[in-house]
Write a protein that binds this ligand. Structure first.
Ligand SMILES: NC(=O)c1ccc[n+]([C@@H]2O[C@H](COP(=O)([O-])OP(=O)(O)OC[C@H]3O[C@@H](n4cnc5c(N)ncnc54)[C@H](OP(=O)(O)O)[C@@H]3O)[C@@H](O)[C@H]2O)c1
Length: 252
C-alpha cells in the first residue's frame, strides 16, 4: 500500500520542502512538487526523485494567492487521473516566509505577507484539498520551534506559526471523523536559505544556536525531511493534533 501513496509538498523547489519530497519519495511515495515560480528548482527536485527511482510531477502554486486554489485543485485532479489515482494521501504545508525585526521596524506589508502566506495560505489550501484527501490521509503543517521559546525580533513570524499550530489542532478535531490526521512539525534552526541563509552561513549565529541545543549543533535539512517522512509513515496512524518539535533539543 505504501508504494501507492501520493504526497503534495508545497515549496518543494528548495530547502526543507525539497528534502521532505526526497525523503517521501525514497519511501516509495509519489510526490507532487509545488513551487511558486522557481520552476528550475522544482524540476531539480523532481529530477532527483526520478534519479532515485521515484515518481514526481511539478505544479506551480503560490500559496499566498488563494484565488488560484480552485484552478490548482483542478490541475492536481488531472495529474492524479494521469497517475491512475483519485486521492491525495499526504499534504505537507511547508511553504512559508519569515520577516524578522524589532517591533518598530515591522511594516503592515511585512505582517500581511507573513500571515497571508503562513496562515491564510495554509488554511485555505487545506480547505481546497480536503475533498481530494484519502481516508487515512495525513496533513503535516510546518511550524517552528519559535512557538515554544522566545527570541526578540521574531514576533510576527512566531505568531504566524503559533496560528498554524492552533489551526492544526482544530482541524484535527474537525477532520478526525473523516479519518484524516493533522499534525504540525516544529523545526529548530536548520541550515537552509531561510532568514538569508543565516543558520547555514553565519558561523557566529550557528555557534550561538548550537550552544542552546542538547545535541550541540543546528539542524541539517535532510533531518527535517526525514522527520516529515516519519510523521507521514503508516505506523503513526493513531497520532493526530500533535506538535512535534525537531530541534536537537533546543532551549530545554
Ligand atoms: N530553516 C529553518 O531554520 C526553519 C525553522 C523552522 C521552521 N522553518 C519553516 O520551514 C519551512 C521551509 O523553510 P526553509 O528553511 O526550507 O526556507 P527556504 O529555503 O526559505 O524555503 C521557503 C520555501 O517556501 C516557499 N514559499 C514562500 N512563499 C511562498 C508562496 N507564497 N507560495 C509558495 N511557496 C512559497 C519558497 O519558495 P521560493 O523559493 O519561490 O521563495 C521556498 O520554497 C517554512 O515554513 C519555514 O518557516 C524553517
Amino acid at each position: 500500500m505504501t508504494a501507492e501513496r501520493i504526497a503534495l509538498v508545497t515549496g518543494a523547489n528548495r530547502g526543507l520542502g525539497r528534502n521532505a519530497a526526497l525523503a517521501l519519495a525514497a519511501r516509495g511515495v509519489r510526490v507532487v512538487v509545488t513551487h511558486r515560480g522557481d520552476a528550475d528548482g522544482a524540476e531539480e527536485t523532481a529530477r532527483r526523485v526520478h534519479a532515485a527511482g521515484g515518481t514526481a510531477a511539478v505544479v506551480r502554486l503560490d500559496i499566498s494567492d488563494v484565488s488560484s486554489f480552485g484552478a490548482f485543485a483542478s490541475e492536481l485532479s488531472g495529474l492524479l487521473d494521469r497517475w491512475g489515482a483519485s486521492r491525495l494521501d499526504i499534504v505537507v504545508n511547508n511553504a512559508g516566509v519569515g520577516v524578522f525585526g524589532p517591533l518598530e521596524t515591522v511594516t503592515t506589508n511585512d505582517f500581511d505577507t507573513v500571515f497571508g502566506t503562513n496562515v491564510r495560505g495554509t488554511f485555505f489550501l487545506i480547505q481546497s484539498l480536503v475533498p481530494m484527501l484519502a481516508k487515512g490521509a495525513r496533513v503535516i503543517n510546518v511550524s517552528s520551534s519559535l512557538t515554544r521559546h522566545t527570541s526578540p525580533a521574531t514576533s510576527v513570524y512566531s505568531a504566524s506559526k503559533a496560528a498554524v499550530e492552533a489551526l492544526s489542532r482544530t482541524l484535527a478535531a474537525e477532520l478526525g471523523p473523516r479519518d484524516i490526521r493533522v499534525n504540525s512539525i516544529a523545526p529548530g534552526p536548520t541550515a537552509t536559505d531561510f532568514n538569508g541563509g543565516a543558520m547555514r552561513d553565519d558561523a557566529g549565529m550557528r555557534r550561538g544556536l548550537a550552544a542552546q541545543t542538547a545535541l550541540g549543533r543546528v539542524g541539517e535539512p535532510e533531518e527535517i525531511g526525514d522527520a516529515i517522512d516519519t510523521l507521514a509513515s503508516e505506523g503513526l496512524h493513531w497520532m493526530t493534533a500533535q506538535r512535534i518539535e525537531v530541534s536537537g533539543g533546543a532551549l530545554l
